[in-house]
Design a protein around this ligand. Structure first.
Ligand code: CP3
Length: 352
């Protein structure tokens, strides 16, 4: 099955699609994880008027924010405005976005019997607003750049559902793997099934690439990754491909995932994101020539003076090379990032 919406405006900039597929590009494509976030003053102003999830659930508002960084910067992709925690919400859990604290799930899963409380029937029917936001945004982008859809990876979502928010160690959620292995698999399956339907819905609505965020990869051991987590990531890519979406590039970003980078190459993704701790040459050696790499400037480097940002970006580009490379930060941009620094970064990728 190809694009279900044939009437979208013609795409004018397909650099990121080409790089994901290993085709030559005129310039290295660049986007920024969390590019529509709190570092943008226009986003902050918007947030004074609207609740976070109200924005996510209102296609017109989500579209407006998605376009903010595209209007401001010469980026090569847009990413739909939403959050990875809409999945626990659609499974029936309450999620509150607390300013300065971050996401809080007031009633986290405490024991396996809590799984019975989850609403697992037709989860995607409660996420239709994301599809509508994607379709509207594809139209309003006027073909300027491709639109990325996304979801959290199942382990990252599982850890939020058990921890109830951020955690230094993820010990409560990792405990499930050791104490309740079967129930952990059951929970991961519930999340994986919902995520597959959700991502397919995003593609049908107009998403042109998909990124899966495994933001909590760094807490795992290789054994836990291989035993519990890798199968869920593989199932997501296989299901998208087997439902006919062969040409949609799939990006996997495992934060802190150097320890399992080799294993990631076997999971069916076209692009692997790496964080700033990973040496690009080492990453290329591990993944081989047939996978595109994405990353990996330290988000904090945006506080350096413009000339230094240019120098760091240039050396990053040289290390990755021009082929099979998408420039990005090594994690989401932080709320205190100077807005001008983002333009310095993008210019250095495109021109330096
Ligand atoms: O351009 C974009 O990338 C915006 C869309 C987007 C958001 N969250 C909006 C958001 C995306 C792609 C995400 C992904 C996300 N959300 C991840 C994976 C990326 C990563 O950083 O590892 C994770 C772990 C979350 C969970 C989450 N949501 C956290 C930890 C926080 C608080 C910290 C923060 O960055 O603000 C959020 C809140 C959130 N998600 C905000 C935005 C714009 C700020 C909320 C606010 O306005 O109060």
């Amino acid at each position: 099955m190809a694009d279900t919406h044939q009437n979208f405006p013609t795409l004018k900039n397909d650099r990121i699609l080409k790089a994901a597929r290993g085709e030559p590009v005129d310039k290295i494509p660049v986007w920024v994880m969390r590019q529509a976030g709190r570092y943008l003053p226009e986003f902050q102003a918007f947030r004074k008027e609207h609740d976070f999830f109200e924005i996510c659930q209102t296609p017109k508002l989500a579209c407006e924010i998605t376009l903010m960084p595209i209007r401001r910067y010469d980026l090569d992709a847009a990413i739909i405005f939403s959050d990875i925690l809409v999945i626990p919400q659609a499974l029936g859990m309450e999620v509150i976005m607390k300013p300065t604290v971050g996401p809080v799930l007031p009633e986290p899963l405490k024991e396996p019997s809590d799984l019975d409380k989850l609403n697992t029937t037709d989860v995607v029917s409660r996420l239709k607003y994301v599809g509508e936001a994607i379709t509207l945004t594809r139209t309003n982008l006027e073909g300027k750049v491709p639109l990325i859809g996304f979801a959290g990876a199942p382990w990252t979502i599982m850890s939020y559902m058990i921890e109830g928010g951020g955690s230094k160690t993820m010990a409560n959620s990792k405990k499930w793997f050791y104490k309740y292995p079967e129930e952990s698999r059951k929970l991961l399956k519930i999340i994986t099934d919902a995520t597959i339907d959700y991502l397919v819905m995003q593609i049908k609505s107009g998403a042109q690439l998909i990124q899966v965020f495994e933001s909590h990869c760094e807490y795992l051991s290789l054994d836990l990754f291989n035993t519990f987590v890798a199968p869920t990531l593989q199932q997501i890519s296989s299901a998208i491909r087997s439902q006919g979406f062969k040409d949609i590039p799939l990006i996997l970003f495992c934060k802190g995932g150097l320890f399992c980078l080799k294993e990631q190459t076997k999971l069916g993704y076209d692009v692997l994101g790496i964080d700033w701790t990973v040496n690009p040459n080492m990453a290329r050696e591990i993944v081989g020539p047939n996978i595109t790499l994405q990353g990996n400037l330290d988000p904090v480097a945006l506080h350096a003076p413009p000339a230094q940002i240019e120098k760091l970006t240039k050396s990053m580009k040289n290390a990755f090379g021009n082929e099979r490379y998408i420039a990005n930060l090594g994690h989401g941009i932080y709320p205190d990032a100077p807005t001008d620094a983002v333009q310095s970064f993008i210019n250095a990728v495109h021109n330096a």
